[in-house]
Design a protein around this ligand. Structure first.
Ligand SMILES: Cc1cc2nc3c(=O)[nH]c(=O)nc-3n(C[C@H](O)[C@H](O)[C@H](O)COP(=O)(O)OP(=O)(O)OC[C@H]3O[C@@H](n4cnc5c(N)ncnc54)[C@H](O)[C@@H]3O)c2cc1C
Length: 410
């Protein structure tokens, strides 16, 4: 019988196992992973560069019923944690982006290898191809069942992630099992993901990328505003600023509108004046489709004029009426898209929803099952894009691992 079994060999499971062993080196700790190899998702994070945290973390970066900041504030900051625990040096600034913290090597594999080395040196066991499909209670602990055998343990830490990125082993199976065991899960939806819009609303825009600002509204209320690169695809909008709005779909399904500002540097009235007094005159003899080509890439320029004036683009620019130019300026400043859905889980990085705050105590132990701890994405926490999700995985893993180990001391 192991003292602690950690189900899930991902970021939070690794942190939990290491933290438990560091708390009490005498404990026997095993990681059970359903894939043939653990850490597959970690190796793919940040496009292989591993955006492992952020230097600017606030509660506004986290969504869901769990108070992520409360736990993050109790654990070491990522820069120190990685240097002191794994010998991995991290950087921000020129090599990082937007406060993002990356390993100095710019390689996620460096992080994974360093974590593996540490786990080996601490004597943490690992068993792969072990998909836990049932958790049973036994005297003084738990029995974990998989088609490849059974493992008994005094304590269990569940670090199985959610539904996002199913190719990495996270297909929501453990969340469903925990729900069947009577734990409450908040409604789930893909987060850090593109948002779907009607294909006809973005017709002609596929492949267009532009720096701008996106605002999310529901029933006229502004929910979130963020600047960045907006990417138009066949049936969705993407880009980090859009990814960061995806979690809102959970609460505002069917009532979510994205409004883009494609020219933040100028007010709508100044833009109108420039278009009417300069562009209409300077380009007067060109066809309408050239009206905005000095400002935007051609596809976007044509899309905006077509949508605003609704007449032949062969007409001359000088034929534009003031009202039409006003409509063009207004579209540039506030082009709206109704969100029709979320992207499939394959395209999502994070799961919004998960086991809710009322199911666990401050030590991340479930109230219903003593000696069962949860950490990482399986809990009802979703962070923004930019290292916030891995930070949650590390912190919640460290915290659950430490508390779990301490519970065996008493
Ligand atoms: C492509 C991609 C890129 C990302 N990039 C970043 C980034 O740069 N920065 C950032 O902050 N976040 C990033 N994220 C999000 C981040 O990776 C996750 O939030 C984080 O890994 C969650 O950690 P976790 O330990 O909870 O779960 P995971 O890392 O998902 O690990 C869960 C593990 O549990 C295993 N498992 C599941 N069910 C069972 C079971 N029943 N039995 C045994 N094992 C099981 C899975 O196979 C998996 O290995 C990215 C996500 C994706 C998909």
């Amino acid at each position: 019988m192991y003292d602690i079994a950690v189900i899930g060999g991902g970021a939070s499971g690794f942190a939990a196992a290491v933290s438990a062993k560091q708390t009490d080196g005498q404990l026997s700790v095993i990681i059970l992973e359903k894939m043939f190899r653990s850490g597959k998702k970690l190796a793919a994070t940040g496009n292989g560069k591993c955006n492992l945290s952020n230097t600017n973390i606030t509660s506004g970066n986290y969504h869901g019923s769990i108070d992520a900041m409360e736990i993050i504030s109790k654990t070491p900051d990522a820069m120190n944690y990685f240097r002191d625990t794994y010998g991995v040096l991290c950087v921000t600034g020129s090599e990082g982006r937007n406060g993002g913290l990356y390993p100095r090597s710019n390689s996620a594999n460096t992080v994974l290898s360093a974590v593996r080395l540490k786990m080996q040196s601490l004597g943490i066991e690992e068993r792969c191809d072990f998909d836990v499909t049932k958790i049973g209670r036994i005297k003084n602990g738990y029995k974990l069942y998989s088609k490849n055998g059974e493992v008994e343990c005094r304590r269990v830490i569940i670090a199985c992630g959610g539904y996002a990125g199913p190719a990495f082993g996270t297909d929501g199976g453990m969340l469903r099992l925990l729900r069947d065991m009577g734990l409450n899960s908040a409604k789930i939806c893909p987060a850090v993901a593109p948002l779907r819009v009607a294909p006809e609303s973005v017709k002609g825009l596929k492949g267009v990328r532009i720096k701008g600002e996106v605002s999310a509204f529901s029933d006229g209320k502004l929910l979130r505003k963020e600047a960045g690169e907006i990417q138009f695809n066949e049936n969705n909008l993407s880009g980090i600023c859009v990814f960061n709005m995806a979690y809102l779909f959970q609460q505002y399904e069917g009532r979510l509108t994205l409004r883009t500002d494609l020219f933040q540097q100028i007010t709508e009235s100044d833009l109108y004046e420039y278009l009417a007094d300069n562009v209409r005159i300077d380009r007067g003899d060109y066809p309408l489709e050239e009206f905005l080509t000095g400002i935007f890439v051609k596809n976007l320029a044509i899309y905006l004029v077509k949508k605003a004036v609704g007449r032949s683009l062969d007409d001359k620019i000088k034929s534009l009426k003031n009202g039409e130019i006003r409509r063009i300026a207004s579209l540039i400043k506030s082009l709206e898209f109704e969100v029709t859905g979320c992207s499939p889980w394959q395209n999502a990085q994070v799961t919004m929803g998960g086991i809710t705050a009322e199911c666990v105590n401050g030590k991340l132990e479930t109230l219903k099952y003593k000696g069962m701890y949860l950490c990482g994405e399986i809990l009802d926490v979703a962070g923004d894009c930019g290292g916030y999700n891995l930070q949650w995985a590390w912190s919640s893993g460290i915290w659950a691992g430490r508390n779990c180990a301490l519970s065996l001391k008493g």
